[in-house]
Write a protein that binds this ligand. Structure first.
Ligand code: AMP
Ligand code: ZN
Length: 485
C-alpha cells in the first residue's frame, strides 16, 4: 500500500516524512521494570507503539522490534539515588528478585496478549546482557567519557556538548540544581553507568566488573541492548514522554559517545494516561491494572478502543464512565461489520480507495480518533456493498487490533422460544457445553421476569456474571452476553 507516513519526531519537535534507514525497520521500545504489575497507563504506551508497528507493516515494511525487560538497576528516582525497584519489590513480597522478575514479566506479557499487542521480534532481559553493558562502559572509559566516584562509574556529560539539545534543557536551570546534595558526582546531569554494591548490605543481583562488584545503571541497559539487536541509526525509538528528559537524553549521550554514530532517526513519545488529574504511576495510589478492569467486567479490548479516543501525543483522562462508553462503541462497531458473504468478489484497488480517509488519518502521525471516525463513515456508507464494508473493516483491523470481524463471526445467535435473540460474543473463549448452559439460564431468567419473579431473575443473572459473563438487556428484547476475556 502506497502512503506517505508522517511521524512527529521529538528530536526537532516536528512532524516528518518517515524514511527507513534499513531494509528491515529497526524499532526499539523501552520495556517495563518488572517489579510490579503494569498499570493501564503503561499499557497505553505499548498500545500506541503496537499501532505504530502495525502501521509500518501495513505499509509494507518489515519491522525488527525490540522491547527490553528491565530486571535490574532502575532506581526509585530516575536519577542515581534511592533503592533498586526490583530489590524493593522482592522485599515487599518476600520472594527472590529473580522470582519477582519472572512473575511480573509473565504477567506483563499476558497483558499484552489480552490487548492484541503483537510480540516483539526480541525480548532482551537486562540481566542477560551484563557483558554487553560492561563492554560499552569500557569503550566509553577508553574514549575518556567516564570518571569514578565512591559509589560508581559515571558518564561525564560535560564531554558531550550536545547533551542538553534533545530535551531542550536549560544549562542555567540545571546548574541551579547542583546545590542539591549529589555526592561525588561532578555535574547534576552526570549519571551512573555502573554502581558498586553497597558495603553494608548484600544485593541479590550483582556482578563482577573491571571496576568492582556491582550492577549496571538503568540507562546503559537500553543503549547496550539496542546495539546488540539493531543496527545504528535505529529507525524508531519509542517510550513514554517521561523518558525524554533523563532516560533518553542519557541513552543518546552514551550510544553516540561509544559508537561515534547517530543513535536514532525518529524519536516517538506517547503522553500519559491520567487519572484524577494526576499521572498514573506504579508508585502512586491511583494504580489500575488490566486485572482490575477485567474484574469490573470490561474486556481488555475495550481498553484498547478507549485509547483510540485521544491522539497518542495528548494526555488521556481515565474514568470508568468513559471506558464504559468505549466498550459500547466497540460492541456497536462489531455489530456494524457485516457477516461474511463469499459470493461477492472485492477488488483490492477498490478497498484501498475506500480506506483512503482511514489511512490518511493513521499516516498523519497516528491520528486514531480521526481514523475511527473514518471507519465509521465507511460502515455507514449506503453506497458500499456489505462485502466491501467487511473487507475494509478486516483491513483496518490489521492496524486497530480490535478483533472486529473475528468477534462478529464468533457471535453466536440463538432465537429462543419467545422469539427474542440471545447473542453470545467471543464463543472461542467457551466450549459448547458451557454455551448451552448459558442459553438455558437466559431462558429461565426471561421466564422468571415474565412471572414477576425478580429475585429469581436476579439470582440467574448473578449465576451468569459468576461465569465471567457480562449480561446486557437491549431495548429490542435481545439479551447480549459477552465473555469478559
Ligand atoms: P516503567 O515500567 O515504569 O519503566 O514504564 C514502562 C513504560 O510506560 C514507559 O515507556 C513509560 O514511559 C510509560 N508510562 C509510565 N507511566 C505512564 C502513564 N501514566 N501513561 C502512559 N505511559 C506511561
Ligand atoms: Zn530505555
Amino acid at each position: 500500500m502506497k502512503h506517505d507516513f508522517y511521524l512527529f519526531n521529538t528530536a526537532g519537535r516536528v512532524k516528518e516524512l518517515f524514511r527507513a534507514a534499513h531494509n528491515e525497520v529497526g524499532m526499539y521500545c523501552c520495556g517495563p521494570t518488572v517489579y510490579n504489575y503494569a498499570h493501564i497507563g503503561n499499557l497505553r504506551t505499548y498500545i500506541f507503539e503496537d499501532v505504530l508497528k502495525r502501521t509500518l507493516q501495513a505499509l509494507g515494511y518489515k519491522v525488527r522490534h525490540v522491547v527490553n525487560i528491565t530486571d535490574v538497576g532502575h532506581l526509585t528516582s530516575d536519577e542515581d539515588s534511592g533503592d533498586d525497584k526490583m530489590e524493593k519489590g522482592a522485599i515487599r513480597e518476600g520472594k527472590s528478585v529473580w522470582d519477582i522478575a519472572a512473575f511480573y514479566t509473565k504477567r506483563f506479557q499476558d497483558d499484552l496478549k489480552a490487548l492484541n499487542i503483537t510480540d516483539p521480534t526480541r525480548w532482551p532481559k537486562a540481566t542477560a546482557h551484563i557483558d554487553q553493558m560492561i563492554s560499552m562502559i569500557s569503550d566509553l572509559e577508553r574514549k575518556g567519557f567516564t570518571y569514578r566516584t565512591n559509589d560508581g562509574i559515571y558518564f561525564d556529560t560535560t564531554r558531550f556538548p550536545s547533551y542538553c539539545d534533545f530535551a531542550g534543557l536549560d544549562p542555567e536551570t540545571l546548574r541551579a540544581g547542583e546545590r542539591v546534595e549529589m555526592g561525588e558526582k561532578r555535574a547534576v546531569t552526570d549519571f551512573a553507568l555502573w554502581k558498586f554494591s553497597p558495603s553494608d548490605k548484600k544485593r541479590q543481583m550483582e556482578w563482577e566488573s573491571p571496576w568492582g562488584v556491582g550492577f549496571p545503571g538503568w540507562h546503559i541497559e537500553c543503549s547496550a541492548m539496542s546495539a546488540e539487536y539493531l543496527p545504528l541509526p535505529i529507525d524508531i525509538h519509542c517510550g513514554g514522554a517521561d523518558h525524554i528528559r533523563v532516560h533518553h537524553t542519557n541513552e543518546i549521550a552514551q550510544s553516540e559517545a561509544a559508537s561515534g554514530k547517530k543513535f536514532v532517526n525518529y524519536w516517538v513519545h506517547g503522553e500519559f494516561l491520567v487519572i484524577d488529574k494526576g499521572k498514573m504511576a506504579k508508585s502512586g495510589e491511583n494504580f489500575v491494572t488490566l486485572e482490575v478492569l477485567k474484574k469490573k467486567g470490561f474486556s481488555a479490548l475495550s481498553y484498547r478502543m478507549f485509547c483510540y479516543t485521544a491522539h497518542y501525543r495528548n494526555p488521556l483522562s481515565f474514568s470508568w464512565d468513559s471506558l464504559s462508553a468505549a466498550e459500547n462503541a466497540l460492541v456497536n462497531l462489531r455489530k456494524a461489520v457485516p457477516q461474511q458473504d463469499s459470493s461477492e468478489h472485492v477488488e483490492n484497488d477498490v478497498i484501498e480507495t475506500i480506506l483512503t480517509p482511514f489511512f490518511n488519518a493513521v499516516c498523519d502521525d497516528l491520528n486514531m480518533p480521526r481514523a475511527m471516525a473514518a471507519l465509521w463513515d465507511i460502515l455507514k456508507n449506503g453506497s458500499l456493498s456489505l462485502m466491501q464494508k467487511r473487507v475494509a473493516a478486516e483491513r483496518a483491523d490489521t492496524i486497530l487490533g480490535l478483533d472486529l470481524t473475528q468477534r462478529a463471526a464468533d457471535a453466536y445467535t440463538y432465537s429462543s422460544d419467545d422469539e427474542k435473540r440471545i447473542v453470545v460474543y467471543s464463543l472461542r473463549e467457551l466450549d459448547t457445553g458451557v454455551c448451552d448452559g448459558i442459553f438455558e439460564k437466559v431462558r429461565l431468567r426471561r421466564a422468571a421476569r415474565a412471572n414477576k419473579d425478580f429475585a429469581g431473575a436476579d439470582r440467574l443473572r448473578n449465576e451468569l456474571v459468576n461465569l465471567g459473563l457480562t449480561v446486557k438487556d437491549l431495548p429490542d428484547g435481545t439479551t447480549e452476553i459477552t465473555f469478559s476475556s
